[in-house]
Design a protein around this ligand. Sequence first.
Ligand code: COA
Length: 183
Amino acid sequence: MRTPTPRKAPMRAIESASLVLEPQTATHAAEMFLVLSDPAIYEFENAPPPSVEWLRARFTKLETRASADGREQWLNWVIRVPASGLIGYVQATVRPDAHAAIAYELASAYWGRGLAHEAVGAMIFELVQHYGVRGLFAVLKQENRRSIRLLQRLDFSFASSAQRAAHPIEPDETLMCRDLVRP
Ligand SMILES: CC(C)(COP(=O)(O)OP(=O)(O)OC[C@H]1O[C@@H](n2cnc3c(N)ncnc32)[C@H](O)[C@@H]1OP(=O)(O)O)[C@@H](O)C(=O)NCCC(=O)NCCS
C-alpha cells in the first residue's frame, strides 16, 4: 500500500459564513499584537508576545511556510471578522505522513459565540481539500476545558494508547485526534 503524502500548495484566503481566514504575513503583526496581548488567552500556557517588533520578526519567519528542513508545511491564517477586524489565528503543521497538528487562539471578547468552531472547521476543510491531509491531532493542557469542548464538537476524540505512543506529551497535557479517512 502506498504511504499517503500531503500536497504542497500555496496558501489562499478561506471564507466561511461570518469569517475570512487570511494567510498570515508580517503586515498583520501590529494588529495581531493587540489581539494577542489579551491575558485570558494564556490561562493555561504560553505568554503574550513581548513587542510588536518581536511578533513582526516571528511572522516574517513563518512566511517561509515550511520547517527549516522543508519536510513540514507551516500554515498560519489570521481570523478576520469583516466588520470588526482581526480576532485571532488558526494554524496547522502538515507533516510528511499527511497528518497535521493544529492550534488556535482567539481574543476572549470573541469566545462563546461559535467563532472558533467556525474558523477551525473552515481550516480543516481546507486542509483536506487543498493539502490532502488525512488525520489531525492537537496537544493541549488537560485543564483547558474550552479547548477540549471545541475539539469534541469538531469530532476529535481522546487519543488511544497507540496514538499517544506516536506523539509523546507532557504529564499535564492531553492528546486529541481525528481521522479524516476511513480505513
Ligand atoms: C479554545 C478557544 C478557541 C475556544 O473558544 P470558544 O469560543 O469557547 O469556542 P467555540 O467557537 O467552539 O464556541 C463555543 C461556545 O460558543 C457557543 N456557541 C454559540 N453559538 C454557537 C454556534 N453557532 N456553534 C458553536 N458554538 C456556539 C457554545 O455554546 C459554546 O459556549 P460555552 O463554552 O459557554 O458552552 C478559546 O477559549 C481560546 O482562544 N483560548 C485560548 C487559547 C487556547 O487555549 N488555545 C488552545 C491551545 S491549542
